[in-house]
Design a protein around this ligand. Structure first.
Ligand code: C5P
Length: 411
């Protein structure tokens, strides 16, 4: 924390009264702290108290008051550029909406927009539980998470309204710990920086005849989210994808394939050169043995289709990989049972497998969220909550970064 430049954004919730304590705790650790206070926040905590504990002026408006000397210009960009992290606590429903919409009408929102890429934003909403769970607030939180903000669920307990339930802001000590963790993982020092990564994504199509195929419901969203997040960490990413309806993330090299055989052929070109292979594709397990040339006629009431097993792309890579390469897989299971995923991890000799339970509402194919449990080769498991796929991808990459560090790989 020593020497880090931290902005504390304070909004208009009763929990704002705890923020001078947070500022003091960070200052004690040697951080430079500046406060961006919203108008609502100023109703709950005094500017003087915050200026005194931070030993800095408190920032509120983008434009200096009319009677200030002409030399006193607006700080609307410089404050955001100065910061190593932005912590918003308490964050109100109103400010969550302003941030999600990209508004820039006070110093807090201006800081958010001008923060340098990769600098962590930690958001601690505090409000009535029903309000927090409302569709609008949840949508705004999801948008902010997609952008990489770390949003922490309010705690449950006694509320200022006299009610008891969800809504309390985390205690200053907890906020300080979350900030320390976030600062320890600056994205600009990611072990993935400069690494060549292959991600497979989407379904495969296995031809029955010239106009029909066998496939599955995979949307490719998880694999695309991983590719995007890896590029953001400075990796050189090749995305080998089956047919999906998704835009190529900026900076990603995309190779379109159709069948498992084509996906394998494309992937083999990178088996030697990549340092990380992430199999997020839902590769069809079987393909018709002899696809029919042209279009099959419906002459009979029954037909028999002989299927042969497809090659396992991830396993082929993993079983021949060197000690400097990592292989990561996914295991989609119909039951919430980790045993099958563990068996796959062992059989394919993977470094990590992301188990996800298939319910088609909150996790698995097509939907925008996922609930992953990360199982490492060592048996260590990490259960992630339900997250937008973009955020789940980042958490998966965090775990992979840790593997790089633990295995001492730095090629
Ligand atoms: O065995 P299962 O299909 O459940 O394994 C899932 C994992 O293996 C995924 O990471 C998937 O991308 C990969 N896989 C593959 N080639 C196959 C089958 C699965 O790369 N033919």
């Amino acid at each position: 924390m020593r020497g880090k430049n931290i902005i504390i954004g304070i909004c208009g919730g009763i929990a704002a009264y705890k923020t001078p304590q947070l500022v003091r705790a960070l200052k004690k650790e040697g951080a430079n702290v500046r406060v961006a206070l919203t108008d609502g926040g100023a109703r709950f905590v005094s500017e003087l108290a915050l200026a005194t504990v931070s030993q800095e002026p408190v920032y509120r408006k983008i434009f200096p008051p009319a009677d200030t000397p002409e030399t006193d210009y607006t700080h609307h960009i410089s404050l955001g550029e100065w910061a190593d992290a932005l912590v918003i606590a308490p964050a109100t429903a109103n400010t969550l909406a302003r941030l999600a919409a990209g508004l820039c009408d006070d110093m807090l929102t201006a800081c958010f927009l001008t923060l340098r890429p990769g600098k962590p934003v930690l958001i601690f909403p505090a409000m009535d539980g029903q309000m927090f769970l409302s569709a609008s607030v949840q949508r705004n939180i999801a948008l902010l998470q997609e952008q990489g903000c770390l949003v922490f669920r309010p705690e449950s307990g006694e509320l200022a309204s006299g009610q008891c339930g969800l809504g309390r802001m985390a205690e200053p000590d907890t906020i300080k710990s979350r900030l320390e963790e976030a600062l320890q993982k600056p994205t600009e020092h990611s072990p993935l920086q400069g690494k060549t990564i292959v991600v497979t994504a989407g379904p495969t199509r296995e031809k029955i005849d010239g106009v029909r195929y066998i496939s599955n419901y995979s949307s490719g969203k998880m694999g695309f989210a991983i590719a995007r997040a890896a590029v953001e960490r400075g990796a050189l990413v090749t995305l080998i994808t089956g047919p999906v309806n998704l835009e190529t993330p900026p900076g990603v090299e995309r190779i379109n394939v159709e069948s498992a055989t084509e996906m394998l052929a494309a992937a083999r070109n990178f088996f030697q050169s990549c340092t990380l292979f992430i199999g997020a594709a839902a590769v069809a397990d079987y393909r018709p043995a002899l696809p029919f040339e042209g279009k099959m006629k419906k002459n009979s009431s029954e037909i028999e289709l002989t299927l042969v097993k497809n090659p396992d792309i991830l396993a082929e890579f993993s079983l021949q990989k060197s000690s400097n390469q990592l292989a990561i897989g996914f295991a989609l299971e119909m039951q919430s049972d980790l045993v099958n995923a563990q068996k796959k991890l062992e059989a394919k000799q993977l470094d990590l497998i992301a188990f996800n339970f298939f319910d088609r509402k909150t996790a698995g194919f097509e939907v925008d969220t996922n609930i992953l449990t990360l199982i490492e080769e060592s048996g260590a498991t990490t259960e992630l909550p339900q997250l937008p796929k973009e955020e789940a991808a980042k958490r998966l990459l965090d775990a992979i970064e840790e593997l790089y560090v633990n295995k001492g790989i730095n090629c």
